[in-house]
Design a protein. Structure first.
Length: 218
């Protein structure tokens, strides 16, 4: 298949994932930064991954916090935690990243991580030149409604790259669903953390790593 563009998820596809414990600690730091010294552990846990706007509003109401201020702080502490992981060598690019230079189609990135984190990863590792566009979430509560499987950011990337046909490469079911919602093909990449994962959705391709892409995007 000749695609107008190939778009990639970030964490677990281009760069290693951040451990849950690191993100959990960042959530604790968020509450502390807003002078909430003893939050309910369940409330902290609900702010780590898979967060919804409704959860943010509920938690903020409990502690008399403003959702806008709280979530901006939450995204900031998560970014700072991931930046430390990068500098400590625990969040690194995958070794097959150079394969992307063999692809002739324009490339993009769409992540449910923070825009600040996506930009930092690409700049720190010197691979931002590979991508014509890169989207993460804005540090707003509303951005939580736009993350995958919503196709919002994929749609924006497709517009930036002037692409009608595209392949989206991800390591989550939500990536496959987002590609379907955007009307593009999908490739589910089986990094070590997904080697034996049973999908409940059907991607267009099931690949082992990025080296499989040149044969697909010929």
């Amino acid at each position: 298949m000749v695609y107008d563009a190939v778009i990639f998820d970030n964490d677990g596809v281009l760069v290693g994932r951040t451990s849950y414990d690191v993100l959990h600690e960042a959530a604790w730091d968020t509450f502390e930064s807003l002078s909430v010294e003893d939050p309910d552990p369940e409330h902290v846990e609900s702010m780590v991954v898979g967060v919804t706007p409704e959860q943010v509003e509920q938690v903020c109401a409990t502690y008399d916090l403003t959702p806008r201020e709280f979530w901006a702080a939450r995204d900031r502490t998560a970014f700072e935690a991931q930046r430390r992981e990068i500098h400590a060598g625990r969040k690194r690019l995958y070794d097959d990243i150079d394969t992307l230079r063999e692809l002739s189609a324009p490339l993009g990135v769409v992540s449910s991580n923070q825009q600040e984190t996506v930009d930092y990863v690409l700049d720190h590792y010197g691979v931002d030149d590979l991508f014509g566009t890169a989207y993460g979430r804005e540090p707003t509560v509303e951005s939580l409604r736009r993350k995958k499987p919503n196709s919002h950011y994929i749609d924006r990337a497709l517009a930036d790259l002037d692409a009608e046909t595209a392949l989206f490469v991800g390591d989550n079911e939500s990536d496959v669903e987002a590609a379907h919602n955007a009307g593009v093909d999908s490739a589910f990449i089986r990094r070590p953390h997904r080697r034996n994962y049973d999908l409940s959705v059907s991607p267009t391709y099931d690949i082992d790593d990025l080296t499989d892409l040149p044969a697909i995007c010929h």
